[in-house]
Design a protein around this ligand. Structure first.
Ligand SMILES: [Mn+2]
Length: 342
């Protein structure tokens, strides 16, 4: 076994604490953040199958519907009860929250999770949020994706990485690292990916499923977003907007906004990129992305959000015009004062 695959001691202890909470015959709910991404979905479908090997029944209960793009990850063996809402959490023996460091990311399920009579356990790789969604934590910001921690859980517990589990974990790794290009692409991340190929993942097939199967509306949405591009070269900022109703007009969902913000970030001289999405009900969702030297987690936290140093988000009340003005002003102020330095 590659030395890279050895599980760090702190993770090993956390995995033991987590496993001690789980017993055969239990039913465990798995939840991830609103608008689940590849890491949230892949970590869930991998963990659901791993728990099955332990005799634990897993049901997925997410605050927003399972994304169409990742429908194939569910197979016919993973149960998604998200449509039932908080009711689906009733009677479960444990809840495992994945890829979230703050309970607010559970959207409409947050209240039910706070009031849950059983313990919520967390597997995550984000910077700490204000209100952790649970007590027992397997949390490490050094993990390239939450799925890396799910992989470690499998190895430490002697569980089998079947091909469907490997495909789930690979989907998470490839999407959270932007196709193994972002700064979180650690040597260990690639070592885990190598293991997943050995376990039966076909990278070309995965590429076709994740990046080569998008609906036409997604490209139309991208065209509209790029049409709003603005650049402030003096501050190294660029941003795009998605207007209220745009997703409905193109018949797509929020998962189809994935990667849009990479376009402003890709411009030479830009260090801070933003996507403003008008949700149409007095709230604007912002995605922040940056390059080395700019910590967007600080900026996102100034607006009640958070995430990672290079990728964060926030949900801000106000009209698109108001939110854009206040966020741009704060971003310029912080860039000028060095407040976003790493
Ligand atoms: Mn993640």
């Amino acid at each position: 076994m590659s030395e890279l695959l050895q599980v760090p001691a702190a993770r090993r202890e956390a995995i033991q604490r987590l496993a001690a909470e789980l017993r055969p015959g239990m039913t465990v709910a798995l939840s991830t953040h609103i608008n689940a991404d590849g890491d949230g979905c892949g970590s869930q479908t991998a963990l659901a199958r791993l728990l099955g090997q332990m005799g634990v029944r897993a049901v997925i209960v997410n605050p927003t519907p399972w994304p169409e793009l990742f429908r194939w990850l569910l197979g016919d063996d993973v149960e998604d009860r998200s449509a039932e809402g908080a009711k689906a959490l009733k009677g479960v023996d444990r809840l495992i929250v994945l890829d979230i460091s703050d309970v607010s990311r559970l959207g409409h399920l947050a209240e039910a999770v706070r009031a849950l009579p059983v313990d919520a356990l967390v597997i995550d790789h984000h910077l700490p949020g204000d209100e952790p969604p649970g007590k027992t934590m397997l949390s490490d910001t050094a993990a390239c994706a939450t799925a890396e921690l799910v992989f470690d859980f499998a190895r430490e517990r002697g569980l089998t990485i079947t091909t469907p589990i490997a495909k789930s974990l690979y989907t998470a790794l490839v999407t959270d690292t932007g196709g193994f290009r972002f700064g979180n692409t650690s040597p260990r991340c690639l070592a885990v990916a190598a293991e997943l190929l050995t376990a039966g993942v076909d990278p070309e097939q995965m590429y076709a499923r994740i990046y080569g199967s998008v609906p036409l509306g997604r490209i139309h949405l991208l065209r509209d977003a790029l049409d709003t591009l603005e650049v402030d070269m003096a501050h190294g900022m660029a941003w795009v907007k998605v207007l209220a109703g745009a997703l409905e007009r193109h018949g797509v969902s929020s998962e189809d906004l994935d990667g849009v913000v990479e376009h402003p970030r890709s411009i030479a001289g830009v260090r801070l990129a933003m996507l403003f999405r008008d949700l149409g009900h007095g709230k604007v969702k912002i995605s922040f992305r940056s390059l080395a030297g700019v910590n967007v987690n600080t900026l996102a936290r100034a607006f009640g959000g958070g995430g990672h140093a290079r990728a964060s988000g926030a949900l801000v009340p106000g009209t698109l015009v108001e939110v854009e003005a206040s966020v741009l002003a704060e971003a310029r102020r912080l860039l000028e004062s060095g407040g976003l330095a790493d």
